[in-house]
Write a protein that binds this ligand. Structure first.
Ligand code: DAH
Length: 383
């Protein structure tokens, strides 16, 4: 029986404990082979493999120790075991080499693998919001009819939002617009600049409609003029299927020496045709707005139900799309323009205010206005 004489403390504890006693080197070699082979198999990275090499084939490795101890054996055994041990050494080396190249291969595979026939990855591109799509379409149609697109501020003064539009302070018509008033006051210089014969409290608010831009624009531009004003407006409202506290409007204004309801009807009819892509039935009915005289509401047949009656049109078959009318003389005066006189001098004009959300609802047959600002991707991805 051959005993192994490990030289190191470490090897002694690892090797001799296992291989001493009744086991011979032959058996030890077998166990060693299995054990080493197993470890090589399990190794997952180069570092581990290096450790295994050290453990068995390193300077103080287990197999190295056995090979060293051979000289102490009788010749016959030395030759036999020596051959076996050397074979094992070569075997393990080979196994380790194989494993090593498999590592290199997988890392190479990972880093350099390129399938030029694979289909390209699609970049997830964003797209325009339905309200933006509608806004752009509206702008395109009116621009083609000679209108200029103008913008105004979201934070507006009471003067432009109400007074200049013939809605003086404490007038009940202010109740038509539930308003977000701001605590910030306008600077004194600005207040002085705006003094007119209208009451001018000049607090600040979130504009309730785009109509203030009518006056803003006419103050600095001499008619004849045609503008549309798309923009956000804000109302202090409880929300439901057809009410939001923030929505989009498009204001329209046309001023010239002779402008009539007939020209308004012609333009708005053409707009509907181009916007909805077919002949849409629409109607004007008398209405009241302080800044127009006469005023009317503009309705179209409900496109959600085709005019049969549904919750969107409140079972009437008609949906109100805009307020409109002939510009009130006081609005011209607020902008320092002379309104139409009996003599034939002065300006005439018509104006309208569309709910852009309404237009979008009709175009895409959407039955809840709150969806637009819900941020719900299931809704948005349909456009
Ligand atoms: N500004 C009105 C609103 O928000 C809508 C409107 C009505 C606009 C009549 C106009 C108009 O220009 O002439 O309810």
């Amino acid at each position: 029986m051959v005993k192994i004489h490990p030289h190191t403390k470490e090897a002694r504890s690892k090797t001799s404990a296992k291989h001493s006693g009744s086991y011979g080197v032959g058996v030890n070699l077998k166990t060693l082979k299995n054990q080493a082979q197993n470890e090589i198999k399990k190794a997952t990275e180069l570092k581990e493999l290096n450790e295994i090499f050290k453990k068995y084939l390193g300077k103080r490795g287990e197999l190295t120790q056995i090979l060293r101890s051979l000289e102490k054996l009788p010749k016959a055994k030395r030759v036999k075991i020596g051959r076996e041990a050397n074979e094992l050494k070569n075997f393990l080396r080979e196994k380790m080499e194989q494993k090593k190249s498999s590592f290199v291969k997988t890392t190479e595979d990972k880093e350099e693998w390129l399938d030029i026939t694979a289909p390209g990855k699609k970049l997830a591109l964003g797209h325009l919001h339905p309200l933006t799509l509608v806004k752009r379409k509206v702008e395109e149609i009116f621009q083609a009819m000679g209108f200029t697109v103008i913008e105004g501020p979201d934070i507006e003064t009471e003067w432009y939002n109400f007074d200049a539009l013939n809605i003086p302070k404490d007038h009940p018509a202010r109740d038509l617009w539930n308003t977000f008033y701001l605590k910030t006051e306008l600077p004194k210089e600005a207040k002085v600049k705006m003094k007119t014969k209208f009451s001018s409290p000049n607090g600040l608010l979130l504009r309730t409609h785009t109509s203030p831009v009518q006056v803003r624009y006419m103050e600095s531009h001499q008619p004849p003029l045609r503008i549309i004003v798309p923009g956000n407006v804000f109302r202090h409202e409880a929300t439901d299927q057809s009410h939001e506290f923030q929505l989009y409007q498009v204001e329209g204004l046309m001023v010239d020496e002779k402008v009539s309801v007939a020209s308004f009807k012609a333009i708005i009819g053409e707009f509907f045709r181009r916007f909805f892509g077919n002949d849409i039935k629409f109607r004007l009915r008398p209405d009241y707005f302080p800044f127009t005289e006469p005023s009317f509401d503009v309705s179209i047949t409900c496109l959600v139900c085709g005019g049969k009656g549904c919750p969107v049109c409140k079972e009437t078959g008609w949906v109100e799309m805009a307020g409109a009318g002939m510009v009130h003389p006081n609005v011209f005066k607020a902008a320092k323009l002379i309104p139409h006189q009996r003599s034939g001098l002065g300006w005439q004009g018509w104006a309208f205010g569309f709910g852009l959300d309404r237009l979008a609802m009709m175009k895409y047959k959407i039955n809840d206005v709150r969806l637009f600002r819900s941020g719900d991707l299931r809704f948005l991805q349909q456009f």
